[in-house]
Design a protein around this ligand. Structure first.
Ligand SMILES: NC(=O)C1=CN([C@@H]2O[C@H](COP(=O)(O)OP(=O)(O)OC[C@H]3O[C@@H](n4cnc5c(N)ncnc54)[C@H](OP(=O)(O)O)[C@@H]3O)[C@@H](O)[C@H]2O)[C@@H](O)CC1
Ligand SMILES: [K+]
Length: 504
């Protein structure tokens, strides 16, 4: 799914109005009806109680007025509160006229903010994508009053006070919603970790905006969902043999961290690789041969760290980093690998820390390498970020400069690509914030890079399948009980869901 800026969303609204020959009021009716349907499907009039609908002066407020009318028509108890303004939009005014006379309307003022009982259902339709500056004065007071109440807040389109696609002052006053219900496409603001406390759980409702316009409008921001992956992963060929799906090499593990190598290896094997060889220090030999009998173990001469690069000729992809250690020996191995590798590379964990501490190595990174830092590792590589937007700028710059794909791990894992496009993942759950989860991702990506897939497709499929496997595993273990090995066990079903079905 594409992610549009506020300006692109306005243009999509206009394109729809023109191509369908409808009024903007009709489109508002459609959006607000979708919102109402969403709400009424979840809460009965009794469960909702008296619903307070806060309306601003623009079309977000207009949406709120339509929702009020429609909820009233379905036997919900509603009350409307509006912000005073000289500048109410035409669609606001028209829908204000259409409010049933029975609906009580209050004009908010500094001395009349309306009491909001704890648990009350409040619909936030104060400001949407037309927000041009941080809230102040009465609007800010209303939002602070709302946030102080223990209300169940559902935001229309976006929590009021939040910019949809640009940074804003840290002390901005923004509605804290439990749910944000938006239309057609998600907003960049929803993807960013620091906005989670405002956005709550977000939902996107289809409102049939002009498909051609959406298709033809270029964006470098995408939400990585199953639809985006359609057709990218083919069914295994009937006459496939081990060679068809590549031979991966994993350089991983050190004394006390052989488990990282095991997890990456298990995940690699579960991701469809033909053959897997592990390079681990001698201390890991028995562990690897016992825990991952399907893999070949090429033991390093050194006891505790990987210290020598094996002959690279047999391999179609190489993953390096999990549990590797940052000592001199693995440092030298990584430096030599970067110089000599002729096949796709996946770099994680200590491989990234070594890069950060030996920045001259970055210049030797082969093009199309795949890096998988968590935010701290990324910061060591690319410098500190002022805020979530700045971090995305750093990610874009880093990928363009080093011609690499970088997977910034987190709640909405973000893939940066050499052409500056960003993809935010839709799968995964907080249970995956557990030791070894990253090693599993490295294994998946190393397996996919060994197969005939483009670097972009391998990265997208890998990120999505990793999160999806975590979601499937959590259905069995619960989020708290989830361990990295569980994720590895569900990679198969996750990949199966993405595999293109054979047509008759
Ligand atoms: N387009 C469509 O067809 C559809 C649109 N839809 C809906 O419309 C919403 C966008 O509506 P919108 O563009 O009218 O903007 P909106 O967010 O209501 O606010 C604008 C008003 O706020 C004011 N204002 C701004 N910042 C302010 C501040 N800090 N403090 C105080 N005031 C401030 C600004 O005034 P001004 O900046 O001129 O002072 C103006 O009066 C969108 O989110 C979606 O919900 C859906 O119905 C689908 C169809
Ligand atoms: K809103």
């Amino acid at each position: 799914m594409k992610i549009f800026t506020a300006a692109q969303t306005r243009a999509a609204d206009q394109a729809t109005i023109q191509s369908e020959g409808i009024s903007s009021e009709a489109l508002m009716e459609r959006a607000a009806t979708a919102f109402t349907d969403w709400l009424t499907a979840r809460l009965s009039p009794k469960e909702a109680g008296e619903i307070l609908i806060l309306c601003g002066p623009g079309n977000n407020g207009g949406d709120g007025l339509v929702v009020a009318r429609r909820l009233y028509g379905r036997d919900y108890t509603v009350r409307v509160a509006v912000l005073p303004s000289e500048n109410k939009s035409g669609d606001f005014q028209r829908n204000f006229q259409k409010l049933p006379p029975e609906v009580i309307v209050t004009e908010l003022s500094a001395t009349n903010l309306l009491p909001i009982p704890a648990g009350a259902l409040v619909i936030d339709a104060l400001f949407g994508t037309g927000l041009t500056r941080p809230l102040e004065g009465l609007a800010a007071a209303v939002v602070q009053h709302l946030n102080a109440a223990q209300a169940r807040v559902v935001a229309v389109d976006i929590p009021s006070g939040l910019f949809s696609d640009a940074p804003q002052p840290a002390d901005s006053i923004v509605v804290r919603a439990r749910h944000t219900v938006s239309f057609e496409l998600p907003k960049l603001a929803f993807m960013l970790p620091h906005n989670a406390e405002y956005v709550g759980q977000w939902h996107v409702l289809p409102i049939d905006l002009d498909k051609k316009f959406i298709e033809e409008t270029a964006t470098k921001l995408h939400f990585l969902d199953a639809a985006l992956l359609a057709g990218r992963l083919q069914k295994r060929a009937r006459f496939a043999h081990k060679g068809t799906y590549g031979h991966a090499l994993l350089l991983a593990g050190s004394k006390g961290k052989i488990g990282a190598a095991v997890l990456a290896a298990q995940a690699c094997l579960r991701s469809g690789v033909g053959l897997l060889t592990l390079r681990v220090p001698a201390v890991g030999y028995d562990v690897v041969q016992t825990a991952v009998p399907e893999a070949m173990c090429l033991t390093d001469p050194a006891a505790d760290f990987v210290s020598e690069l094996p002959d690279l000729t047999p391999y179609s992809s190489i993953g390096i980093g999990p549990g590797l250690g940052k000592e001199k020996a693995p440092q030298q191995v990584l430096a030599q690998l970067l110089r000599e590798a002729k096949v796709p590379l996946v770099l994680d964990a200590d491989a990234l820390n070594i890069l950060a501490e030996n920045r001259e190595l970055l210049a030797t990174l082969p093009p199309d390498s795949l890096l998988t830092p968590h935010p701290k590792e990324f910061e060591r590589l690319a410098g500190p970020a002022r805020d979530d937007y700045h971090r995305l700028d750093l990610l874009r710059d880093f990928c363009q400069k080093h011609r690499c794909y970088t997977i910034l791990k987190g709640a909405n894992t973000c893939l940066g690509t050499p052409d500056g496009t960003l993809y935010f993942n839709s799968t995964g759950n907080p249970g995956m914030a557990t030791g070894g989860s990253g090693d599993v991702l490295t294994g998946i990506l190393t397996a996919l890079r060994a197969q005939p897939l483009s670097p972009l497709d391998a990265a997208l499929i890998g990120i999505y399948a990793h999160g999806r496997a975590g979601d499937l595993a959590a259905q069995v273990t619960g989020e708290a009980g989830l361990v990295a090995g569980d994720i590895a066990r569900f990679i198969g079903p996750a990949l199966e869901e993405l595999t293109t079905k054979e047509s008759f």
